[in-house]
Design a protein around this ligand. Structure first.
Ligand code: ADP
Ligand code: MN
Length: 265
């Protein structure tokens, strides 16, 4: 684990385990990674019973840290994924670009924190749509400010599932088939375009795909939806081709049930 995160994590662990003695002093505990508001948000989620301990980092991305959380339930440990957007390094230009034009978000302010909160809320809502449409996505739990709690994808020991990028499917064609089936539901049933579909954002859970990272996903009538869809299809084609799949753009389009109204060269 990144020593910086380990340190921050240690602090948060302590804070959360001492949640009953929550005091003004607690709130002053700083962190190199997490600002005061993030720590307060984590307190709140702990106090509301969503989690009991933060237990190590899963990933340190450009904009977000994903940590493993623990919730004790009937004497048993349950893992959850805790995705924390960092205020300092978030790409506000990108967020604005995707949020503008989405009829679900009527953003009037230019406030960065507000924008991040909307962004996290958008990821939560997109996940919910996917989950309700029975797409293979992690089950969303709750979103608060810049923190999103979601189902942990991994084994019972708490080892997270790897991305397809890191763990090549045993049967690439079969895996791609399953992925396209899930993506078809995402498009037609959840009515969403992923927008960043790649082997980085697909987990290999016991040879079954789980689609993650849906913060930038847009509704199908969003002005940039088609552009994103074309890019997603090209990405998947290129990446799976490299992994050895025998497929074509035409076949992918067919399996996604997209008809002929989408032009891809
Ligand atoms: P970003 O790419 O913006 O940093 P992601 O949502 O793609 O954020 O998550 C980053 C990494 O964290 C993923 O590649 C994956 O390894 C891990 N991860 C994300 N969500 C989960 C989850 N629900 N269960 C297990 N691991 C996860
Ligand atoms: Mn990602």
């Amino acid at each position: 684990m990144d020593p910086k995160i380990a340190k921050a994590d240690e602090k948060i662990q302590k804070i959360i385990s001492e949640k009953r003695r929550k005091s003004v002093e607690d709130k002053r505990v700083g962190s190199e990674i997490f600002d005061k508001q993030t720590l307060e948000t984590l307190y709140k989620l702990a106090n509301q019973g969503y989690m009991d301990v933060l237990n190590g980092a899963i990933s340190t991305g450009k904009e977000a840290n994903v940590l493993k959380g623990l919730k004790y339930k009937n004497g048993k440990e349950k893992f959850i994924a805790v995705k924390i957007y960092r205020i300092a390094t978030s790409d506000f230009k990108k967020m604005q670009y995707y949020i503008q034009g989405d009829p679900r978000f009527n953003i009037k302010s230019n406030n960065k924190r507000q924008l991040i909160n909307n962004w996290v809320n958008k990821e939560f809502r997109n996940l919910t749509r996917g989950f309700d449409a029975e797409v293979s996505v992690p089950k969303p739990i709750v979103a608060l400010n810049n923190v999103l709690l979601l189902e942990f994808i991994g084994d019972d020991e708490g080892n997270p599932a790897q991305t397809v990028r890191n763990q090549k499917p045993e049967d690439v064609d079969d895996f791609l088939d399953k992925l396209l089936f899930e993506t078809k539901k995402f498009i037609h049933d959840a009515n969403l375009i992923h927008g960043d579909l790649s082997t980085f954002n697909i987990l290999n859970k016991d040879e079954n795909p789980v689609i993650i990272d849906v913060s930038q996903s847009v509704v199908r009538d969003h002005p940039i939806a088609n552009e994103l869809l074309v890019r997603d299809i090209k990405n998947i084609f290129n990446e799976f081709k490299k992994l050895g799949a025998s497929t074509s753009i035409k076949e992918i389009k067919e399996k996604l049930d997209l008809g002929n109204d989408l032009d891809i060269d």
